[in-house]
Design a binder for this molecule. Structure first.
Ligand SMILES: [Zn+2]
Ligand SMILES: [Zn+2]
Length: 347
Protein backbone atom coordinates (compact mmCIF):
# COMPACT_ATOMS: atom_id res chain seq x y z
CA UNK A 1 0.00 0.00 0.00
CA UNK A 2 1.37 3.42 -0.99
CA UNK A 3 0.18 5.38 2.02
CA UNK A 4 1.80 8.66 1.00
CA UNK A 5 0.67 8.45 -2.60
CA UNK A 6 -2.85 8.11 -1.25
CA UNK A 7 -2.56 11.60 0.30
CA UNK A 8 -1.68 13.02 -3.10
CA UNK A 9 -4.40 11.24 -5.01
CA UNK A 10 -7.05 12.18 -2.47
CA UNK A 11 -6.21 15.90 -2.71
CA UNK A 12 -5.98 15.70 -6.49
CA UNK A 13 -9.42 14.14 -6.76
CA UNK A 14 -11.43 15.77 -4.00
CA UNK A 15 -9.93 19.12 -3.03
CA UNK A 16 -12.73 21.61 -2.30
CA UNK A 17 -15.60 19.09 -2.62
CA UNK A 18 -18.52 19.24 -0.21
CA UNK A 19 -19.09 16.50 2.31
CA UNK A 20 -22.73 15.56 2.13
CA UNK A 21 -24.48 13.56 4.78
CA UNK A 22 -25.16 10.74 2.31
CA UNK A 23 -21.56 10.62 1.13
CA UNK A 24 -20.20 8.53 3.95
CA UNK A 25 -17.72 6.95 1.59
CA UNK A 26 -16.03 10.23 0.72
CA UNK A 27 -15.74 11.10 4.39
CA UNK A 28 -14.14 7.73 5.01
CA UNK A 29 -11.62 8.33 2.26
CA UNK A 30 -10.82 11.73 3.74
CA UNK A 31 -10.21 10.21 7.13
CA UNK A 32 -8.01 7.55 5.59
CA UNK A 33 -5.92 10.21 3.81
CA UNK A 34 -5.68 12.08 7.12
CA UNK A 35 -4.35 8.95 8.84
CA UNK A 36 -1.80 8.57 6.06
CA UNK A 37 -0.73 12.20 6.49
CA UNK A 38 -0.16 11.54 10.18
CA UNK A 39 1.76 8.39 9.30
CA UNK A 40 3.96 10.45 6.98
CA UNK A 41 4.49 13.02 9.75
CA UNK A 42 5.70 10.30 12.11
CA UNK A 43 8.04 8.88 9.45
CA UNK A 44 9.58 12.30 8.80
CA UNK A 45 9.88 12.87 12.56
CA UNK A 46 11.89 9.65 12.86
CA UNK A 47 14.40 10.92 10.33
CA UNK A 48 14.63 14.57 11.41
CA UNK A 49 16.75 14.09 14.47
CA UNK A 50 15.53 16.16 17.42
CA UNK A 51 12.39 17.43 15.73
CA UNK A 52 8.89 16.73 16.98
CA UNK A 53 5.89 16.19 14.73
CA UNK A 54 3.20 18.53 16.03
CA UNK A 55 0.23 17.18 14.16
CA UNK A 56 -1.72 17.68 11.02
CA UNK A 57 -4.65 19.90 10.04
CA UNK A 58 -8.00 18.59 11.24
CA UNK A 59 -10.34 19.82 8.53
CA UNK A 60 -11.92 16.44 7.86
CA UNK A 61 -14.74 17.03 10.30
CA UNK A 62 -15.88 20.28 8.75
CA UNK A 63 -18.37 20.66 5.89
CA UNK A 64 -15.83 21.06 3.11
CA UNK A 65 -12.79 19.11 2.20
CA UNK A 66 -9.83 21.30 2.97
CA UNK A 67 -7.35 22.52 0.43
CA UNK A 68 -4.35 20.83 1.96
CA UNK A 69 -2.79 18.54 4.54
CA UNK A 70 -0.34 20.32 6.78
CA UNK A 71 2.42 18.67 8.85
CA UNK A 72 4.42 20.78 11.26
CA UNK A 73 7.77 20.05 12.95
CA UNK A 74 9.68 21.94 15.63
CA UNK A 75 12.58 21.25 17.90
CA UNK A 76 11.17 20.44 21.29
CA UNK A 77 13.07 23.20 23.10
CA UNK A 78 11.65 25.81 20.69
CA UNK A 79 8.10 24.57 20.65
CA UNK A 80 6.77 27.94 21.82
CA UNK A 81 8.59 29.84 19.10
CA UNK A 82 6.78 30.83 15.91
CA UNK A 83 9.21 29.00 13.62
CA UNK A 84 8.69 25.58 12.12
CA UNK A 85 9.68 23.28 9.33
CA UNK A 86 6.49 22.19 7.62
CA UNK A 87 5.23 19.97 4.83
CA UNK A 88 1.99 20.68 3.03
CA UNK A 89 0.28 18.55 0.40
CA UNK A 90 -1.83 20.78 -1.84
CA UNK A 91 -3.02 21.28 -5.37
CA UNK A 92 -0.94 23.60 -7.52
CA UNK A 93 -1.80 24.19 -11.17
CA UNK A 94 -4.07 21.16 -11.18
CA UNK A 95 -1.52 18.77 -9.74
CA UNK A 96 -0.87 17.81 -6.15
CA UNK A 97 2.54 18.69 -4.81
CA UNK A 98 4.27 18.50 -1.45
CA UNK A 99 5.69 21.84 -0.35
CA UNK A 100 8.48 21.74 2.21
CA UNK A 101 9.26 25.01 3.98
CA UNK A 102 10.74 26.90 6.88
CA UNK A 103 8.14 29.29 8.18
CA UNK A 104 7.73 32.16 10.58
CA UNK A 105 4.12 32.58 11.59
CA UNK A 106 3.04 35.91 13.04
CA UNK A 107 -0.36 34.49 13.88
CA UNK A 108 0.09 31.12 15.44
CA UNK A 109 -3.04 31.03 17.57
CA UNK A 110 -1.40 29.50 20.62
CA UNK A 111 1.73 31.56 20.67
CA UNK A 112 0.72 34.77 18.97
CA UNK A 113 1.43 36.87 22.06
CA UNK A 114 4.95 35.56 22.14
CA UNK A 115 5.86 36.60 18.62
CA UNK A 116 7.87 39.71 19.21
CA UNK A 117 10.34 41.90 17.44
CA UNK A 118 13.39 39.97 18.57
CA UNK A 119 11.96 36.72 17.18
CA UNK A 120 11.43 38.36 13.84
CA UNK A 121 14.85 39.90 13.79
CA UNK A 122 16.30 36.47 14.62
CA UNK A 123 14.51 35.05 11.59
CA UNK A 124 15.87 37.89 9.56
CA UNK A 125 19.36 37.28 10.98
CA UNK A 126 19.18 33.60 10.13
CA UNK A 127 18.40 34.35 6.51
CA UNK A 128 21.04 37.05 6.43
CA UNK A 129 23.68 34.92 8.10
CA UNK A 130 23.19 32.07 5.69
CA UNK A 131 22.39 34.40 2.82
CA UNK A 132 19.79 33.42 0.29
CA UNK A 133 17.90 30.15 0.51
CA UNK A 134 19.29 26.89 -0.84
CA UNK A 135 19.10 25.91 -4.49
CA UNK A 136 15.53 25.29 -5.69
CA UNK A 137 13.96 27.12 -2.74
CA UNK A 138 11.94 30.33 -3.05
CA UNK A 139 10.27 32.81 -0.68
CA UNK A 140 6.57 33.13 -0.20
CA UNK A 141 4.35 35.20 2.09
CA UNK A 142 0.77 34.65 3.20
CA UNK A 143 -1.34 37.78 3.56
CA UNK A 144 -4.15 38.42 6.07
CA UNK A 145 -6.73 37.30 3.52
CA UNK A 146 -4.85 34.06 2.84
CA UNK A 147 -3.32 35.05 -0.46
CA UNK A 148 0.01 33.44 -1.23
CA UNK A 149 2.50 35.84 -2.79
CA UNK A 150 5.98 35.01 -4.05
CA UNK A 151 8.61 37.31 -2.55
CA UNK A 152 11.58 38.27 -4.65
CA UNK A 153 14.70 36.38 -3.76
CA UNK A 154 16.87 39.17 -2.39
CA UNK A 155 17.62 40.41 1.10
CA UNK A 156 15.90 43.78 0.62
CA UNK A 157 12.58 42.30 -0.46
CA UNK A 158 12.71 39.71 2.29
CA UNK A 159 13.56 42.28 4.97
CA UNK A 160 10.69 44.44 3.80
CA UNK A 161 8.29 41.50 3.87
CA UNK A 162 9.37 40.46 7.35
CA UNK A 163 8.90 43.99 8.67
CA UNK A 164 5.58 44.46 6.88
CA UNK A 165 2.28 43.96 8.69
CA UNK A 166 0.58 42.76 5.53
CA UNK A 167 1.93 39.23 5.90
CA UNK A 168 0.89 36.72 8.55
CA UNK A 169 3.38 34.08 7.44
CA UNK A 170 6.66 34.08 5.57
CA UNK A 171 8.30 30.92 4.29
CA UNK A 172 11.21 29.76 2.26
CA UNK A 173 10.00 26.70 0.40
CA UNK A 174 10.51 24.15 -2.31
CA UNK A 175 8.04 22.05 -4.32
CA UNK A 176 8.45 18.27 -4.24
CA UNK A 177 6.66 16.48 -7.05
CA UNK A 178 5.70 12.84 -6.93
CA UNK A 179 5.82 10.79 -10.12
CA UNK A 180 4.41 7.43 -11.11
CA UNK A 181 7.64 5.63 -10.26
CA UNK A 182 7.74 6.90 -6.69
CA UNK A 183 6.80 4.71 -3.77
CA UNK A 184 6.54 5.51 -0.07
CA UNK A 185 10.29 5.03 0.43
CA UNK A 186 11.31 7.40 -2.37
CA UNK A 187 8.67 9.97 -1.41
CA UNK A 188 9.86 9.97 2.20
CA UNK A 189 13.46 10.33 1.00
CA UNK A 190 12.65 13.34 -1.19
CA UNK A 191 10.74 15.06 1.61
CA UNK A 192 13.45 14.27 4.14
CA UNK A 193 16.19 15.72 1.91
CA UNK A 194 14.23 18.95 1.42
CA UNK A 195 13.40 19.28 5.13
CA UNK A 196 16.96 18.46 6.13
CA UNK A 197 18.28 21.27 3.92
CA UNK A 198 16.30 23.72 6.06
CA UNK A 199 17.66 22.58 9.43
CA UNK A 200 20.76 24.86 9.44
CA UNK A 201 18.46 27.80 8.65
CA UNK A 202 16.07 26.81 11.45
CA UNK A 203 18.94 26.35 13.88
CA UNK A 204 20.59 29.63 12.88
CA UNK A 205 17.46 31.45 14.11
CA UNK A 206 18.38 30.30 17.60
CA UNK A 207 22.14 30.21 17.27
CA UNK A 208 22.56 33.23 19.56
CA UNK A 209 20.99 31.17 22.31
CA UNK A 210 23.25 28.23 21.67
CA UNK A 211 24.57 26.61 24.78
CA UNK A 212 27.77 24.58 24.73
CA UNK A 213 28.02 21.93 27.44
CA UNK A 214 30.99 22.25 29.79
CA UNK A 215 32.37 18.86 28.77
CA UNK A 216 32.60 19.96 25.14
CA UNK A 217 34.29 23.22 26.07
CA UNK A 218 36.94 21.20 27.93
CA UNK A 219 37.66 18.98 24.94
CA UNK A 220 37.76 21.95 22.59
CA UNK A 221 40.01 23.90 24.94
CA UNK A 222 42.64 21.18 24.54
CA UNK A 223 42.66 21.49 20.76
CA UNK A 224 44.57 24.23 18.99
CA UNK A 225 42.88 26.52 16.50
CA UNK A 226 44.31 24.80 13.43
CA UNK A 227 43.04 21.45 14.70
CA UNK A 228 39.55 22.83 15.20
CA UNK A 229 39.55 24.49 11.82
CA UNK A 230 40.83 21.42 10.05
CA UNK A 231 37.74 19.62 11.34
CA UNK A 232 35.57 22.40 9.95
CA UNK A 233 37.36 22.24 6.63
CA UNK A 234 37.13 18.48 6.25
CA UNK A 235 35.12 17.41 3.29
CA UNK A 236 32.99 14.64 4.76
CA UNK A 237 29.67 15.43 6.34
CA UNK A 238 30.36 13.62 9.58
CA UNK A 239 33.04 16.01 10.68
CA UNK A 240 30.53 18.09 12.62
CA UNK A 241 31.12 15.43 15.22
CA UNK A 242 34.48 15.79 16.78
CA UNK A 243 35.97 12.52 17.84
CA UNK A 244 38.79 13.24 20.19
CA UNK A 245 40.21 11.72 23.30
CA UNK A 246 39.17 8.12 22.73
CA UNK A 247 36.08 8.95 20.72
CA UNK A 248 34.47 11.21 23.25
CA UNK A 249 31.67 12.47 21.11
CA UNK A 250 31.07 16.16 21.02
CA UNK A 251 28.35 17.65 18.99
CA UNK A 252 30.02 21.04 18.57
CA UNK A 253 30.96 23.09 15.57
CA UNK A 254 28.20 23.35 13.08
CA UNK A 255 30.03 22.58 9.87
CA UNK A 256 26.96 23.33 7.81
CA UNK A 257 27.43 27.08 8.24
CA UNK A 258 30.95 26.68 6.84
CA UNK A 259 29.72 24.56 3.92
CA UNK A 260 27.11 27.16 3.02
CA UNK A 261 29.65 29.99 3.20
CA UNK A 262 32.14 28.07 1.05
CA UNK A 263 29.45 27.52 -1.53
CA UNK A 264 28.65 31.23 -1.48
CA UNK A 265 32.20 32.31 -2.34
CA UNK A 266 32.71 29.72 -5.07
CA UNK A 267 36.40 29.17 -4.41
CA UNK A 268 37.30 32.86 -4.11
CA UNK A 269 39.37 34.08 -1.15
CA UNK A 270 37.50 36.86 0.67
CA UNK A 271 40.75 38.53 1.68
CA UNK A 272 42.90 38.63 -1.48
CA UNK A 273 40.37 37.61 -4.14
CA UNK A 274 42.46 34.71 -5.47
CA UNK A 275 40.68 31.67 -6.87
CA UNK A 276 43.33 29.02 -6.41
CA UNK A 277 42.61 25.84 -8.32
CA UNK A 278 40.13 27.52 -10.66
CA UNK A 279 42.12 26.63 -13.78
CA UNK A 280 41.92 23.00 -12.72
CA UNK A 281 38.22 23.08 -11.85
CA UNK A 282 38.72 22.70 -8.12
CA UNK A 283 38.06 25.05 -5.22
CA UNK A 284 40.79 25.38 -2.62
CA UNK A 285 39.46 27.53 0.19
CA UNK A 286 39.34 27.24 3.94
CA UNK A 287 37.18 28.61 6.72
CA UNK A 288 38.91 30.71 9.36
CA UNK A 289 37.56 31.96 12.68
CA UNK A 290 38.28 35.66 13.05
CA UNK A 291 38.13 35.43 16.83
CA UNK A 292 39.73 32.09 17.52
CA UNK A 293 37.09 29.49 18.23
CA UNK A 294 39.32 27.88 20.83
CA UNK A 295 38.98 31.07 22.87
CA UNK A 296 35.45 32.24 22.09
CA UNK A 297 33.49 29.16 20.94
CA UNK A 298 31.95 31.53 18.43
CA UNK A 299 31.03 29.61 15.27
CA UNK A 300 28.57 32.21 14.07
CA UNK A 301 29.00 33.07 10.39
CA UNK A 302 29.83 36.65 11.45
CA UNK A 303 33.01 35.17 12.96
CA UNK A 304 33.99 33.13 9.90
CA UNK A 305 35.91 34.29 6.84
CA UNK A 306 36.64 32.17 3.76
CA UNK A 307 40.33 32.28 2.81
CA UNK A 308 42.79 30.78 0.36
CA UNK A 309 45.46 28.63 2.06
CA UNK A 310 48.12 31.36 1.65
CA UNK A 311 46.09 34.06 3.35
CA UNK A 312 45.00 31.55 5.97
CA UNK A 313 48.57 30.62 6.84
CA UNK A 314 49.63 34.28 6.86
CA UNK A 315 46.85 35.16 9.30
CA UNK A 316 47.77 32.35 11.69
CA UNK A 317 51.45 33.21 11.47
CA UNK A 318 50.98 36.93 12.20
CA UNK A 319 47.77 36.96 14.24
CA UNK A 320 46.61 40.38 12.98
CA UNK A 321 43.77 42.33 14.60
CA UNK A 322 40.49 42.38 12.71
CA UNK A 323 39.00 45.85 12.23
CA UNK A 324 35.30 45.27 11.65
CA UNK A 325 34.61 48.91 10.74
CA UNK A 326 37.06 48.99 7.83
CA UNK A 327 36.82 45.27 7.04
CA UNK A 328 40.56 44.93 7.30
CA UNK A 329 43.29 43.05 9.14
CA UNK A 330 45.90 45.17 10.94
CA UNK A 331 49.23 43.34 11.24
CA UNK A 332 51.71 43.66 14.13
CA UNK A 333 54.17 45.51 11.86
CA UNK A 334 51.51 48.16 11.21
CA UNK A 335 50.53 47.01 7.72
CA UNK A 336 46.84 46.74 6.95
CA UNK A 337 45.10 44.51 4.38
CA UNK A 338 41.58 45.42 3.37
CA UNK A 339 39.25 42.51 2.78
CA UNK A 340 38.62 42.26 -0.95
CA UNK A 341 35.06 40.99 -0.55
CA UNK A 342 33.50 41.43 2.93
CA UNK A 343 30.33 39.65 1.66
CA UNK A 344 28.45 38.10 4.58
CA UNK A 345 30.60 40.08 7.06
CA UNK A 346 29.01 43.33 5.92
CA UNK A 347 26.73 44.84 8.52
ZN1 LIG B 1 43.83 34.86 -0.20
ZN1 LIG C 1 42.28 29.90 10.69
Amino acid sequence: MDYYKNIISFIEKHEGEKYRAENVNLKKQGQEAYCNAKRLGKAVENRLNGFKFLGSSKWQNSGNIGKYFWLQFKREQYINKPFSISITALKKNGKCVFQVYLEVSYKDSKIFDQVNRSDLSNFNQSIKKLKLPPKDFYFQGMTNDKLYIDIENNIDSINKAIASSSYVKISTMTDVYVNEFDNDTTILEKLYIAANTLIPYYDAIFSNEEHIPQEEIEIISKMDEREIESLLNMEDEFSSYIYKEKLVKTRKINKKIVDILKEQYKGKCQLCGATIGKDFDVEIIEAHHIEYFAKTQNNDSSNIIILCPNCHTLIHKCDPIYDNKNYSFVFPNGKEIKINNPGHLER
